[in-house]
Design a protein around this ligand. Structure first.
Ligand SMILES: Cc1cc2nc3c(=O)[nH]c(=O)nc-3n(C[C@H](O)[C@H](O)[C@H](O)COP(=O)(O)OP(=O)(O)OC[C@H]3O[C@@H](n4cnc5c(N)ncnc54)[C@H](O)[C@@H]3O)c2cc1C
Length: 440
């Protein structure tokens, strides 16, 4: 028997635009009193809800419970930019790619996760939040263009389709002449992340019990695991932890997880006249050529800017930090859309990413009948879904072949000792973001 007290519980601040523009999502109950279940899943993001859905397919008679510290969709799952990318997407690299063998496997597994989400979108009527639109990469500098050409060579080597775009073609789509060239890849799904995740939870709630606003304060591992919150507890023989970086708060993968935040701002609705001035298409998503640059999305009458990574080892950000980075968003916005003048941002927010030094996920059985899926290295909409669904397969002992592949992958490497991390990680991020130059 072992007790894992949570040293921290999540408290994301500021309403994200994705959540803010939705009609109020369905409320789930707060955990109160004692409950029993066959499975308890802690964390209701991509990984947790994928694990729950997969379990409901594999063991439909079992009692499955999901519990989240915050409202469903309030955490990173509803705060991200919604690029569900099928291709390799190594944020720490120079051109998003890795080795060919590794990338082929990654693409196959990412696509399996996207299909799993797609079937959920069909089942629960969430197609409006899950659009197979593909993604653009835009270069604003010669360095960026060189990165894209390298990326295209890499895609050619993988026999993956792409389209090369010049400045004129990108202007027709985005309305701006900021980009000097780009690449389109067709396999990315563009999600409304909060709409998708709240809709997924609502769809699952007819078969699965979901508790929200219920931070888990301790987990006692034993014959029956006991998961406790301030007002209640659940006992179950099997436990799945899908709390992403907060795995460390429960004492798992200590000194192996990098807690990085990234930030976004969403405009107020553009007036019809502003939309006419801007031109371009109504819906598109663009990733910078340099992984450290700005991601831009247009969603009808609004535009979303995401940039800046900060190392926050205490797993939290502050209003001051969000405000400071908001000024960087405004600069990036003005550089791309000078024709729109001073555009007020209606929403500004930040969110927690969990990375590892070797881009490896946290996956597997960490104690008897205790399974984990987390640390999705900035591509959690897809890889959270992937490892979430595979934890269910692993835990049930199904014959899904991707489980063996996932178990053969590396685990998160040990971080450098202090004070190297607290000094070195911010410096490295600063240098990488500086390298992005005009792409930021
Ligand atoms: C601004 C931004 C942009 C991003 N853009 C993209 C993108 O375009 N594409 C992409 O793939 N990824 C993107 N990401 C990353 C993506 O959001 C994450 O990788 C993804 O959410 C991880 O999914 P998850 O289910 O593993 O973890 P999370 O979504 O973090 O879910 C974990 C859940 O666990 C809960 N939890 C933690 N501790 C406890 C506890 N003690 N008790 C109960 N519940 C607990 C949390 O409240 C949370 O809801 C972005 C992130 C941010 C912040």
């Amino acid at each position: 028997m072992s007790l894992h007290q949570a040293t921290r519980t999540p408290a994301d601040i500021n309403l994200s635009g994705w959540y803010g523009i939705l009609p109020p999502p369905k409320a789930h109950e707060v955990l109160r009193g004692r409950h029993e279940a066959d499975w308890v899943i802690v964390g209701g993001g991509y990984a947790g809800l994928a694990a729950a859905r997969r379990l409901s397919q594999l063991v439909p008679e079992d009692r499955i419970v999901v519990i989240d510290a915050q409202r469903i969709g309030w955490g990173a799952a509803g705060r991200n930019s919604g690029f569900m990318i099928d291709l390799p997407h190594e944020l720490g690299g120079e051109n998003y790619g890795g080795s060919h063998g590794h990338d082929r496997k990654r693409i196959r597994m990412n696509r399996a996760a996207i299909e799993f989400s797609s079937s959920a979108a069909d089942e629960y009527g969430l197609q409006r939040f899950f659009i197979r639109a593909g993604k653009f990469h835009g270069a604003a500098t010669d360095h960026g263009l060189a990165i894209l050409r390298e990326f295209e060579n890499h895609l050619t080597g993988l026999a993956e389709p792409f389209e090369q775009l010049d400045a004129q073609q990108l202007k027709k789509i985005t309305g701006t002449d900021f980009f000097i060239g780009g690449t389109f890849t067709p396999g990315t799904v563009m999600a409304q992340p909060a709409g998708f995740i709240c809709g997924l939870a609502e769809g699952l709630s007819s078969r699965i019990r979901i508790f929200e606003n219920s931070p888990v304060t301790s987990v006692q591992i034993g014959k029956l695991h006991i998961v406790k919150t301030a007002e209640g507890e659940i006992s179950a023989p099997r436990l799945i932890l899908t709390v992403n970086g907060h795995l460390e708060s429960f004492g798992f993968f200590k000194k192996r997880l990098l807690h990085v935040f990234t930030y976004a701002s969403m405009t107020r609705p553009l007036a019809k006249s502003e939309q006419a001035t801007l031109g371009g298409e109504l819906h598109w998503g663009l990733i910078p050529a340099d992984p450290m640059g700005s991601t831009i999305r247009r969603i009808g009458d609004r535009i979303v800017v995401r940039n800046t990574f900060t190392y926050n080892s205490d797993m939290s950000t502050s209003e001051k930090q969000i405000k400071r980075i908001g000024a960087a968003h405004d600069r990036s916005f003005r550089a791309r859309f000078p024709m729109l003048g001073e555009m007020p941002m209606e929403f500004r927010w930040g969110g927690h990413l969990c990375l590892s030094l070797n881009s490896a996920p946290a996956f597997g059985e960490v104690d008897e009948r205790v399974f984990v899926a987390g640390c999705c290295n900035g591509l959690g909409t897809v890889q959270g879904t992937l490892y979430g669904m595979l934890t269910a397969d692993l835990a049930v002992g199904s014959d899904e072949p991707m489980v063996a592949e996932a178990l053969q992958e590396q685990t998160p490497a040990r971080l450098y000792p202090e004070p190297l991390m607290s000094i070195g990680a911010p410096l490295k991020l600063w240098a990488m973001q500086r390298r992005a130059g005009r792409e930021l």
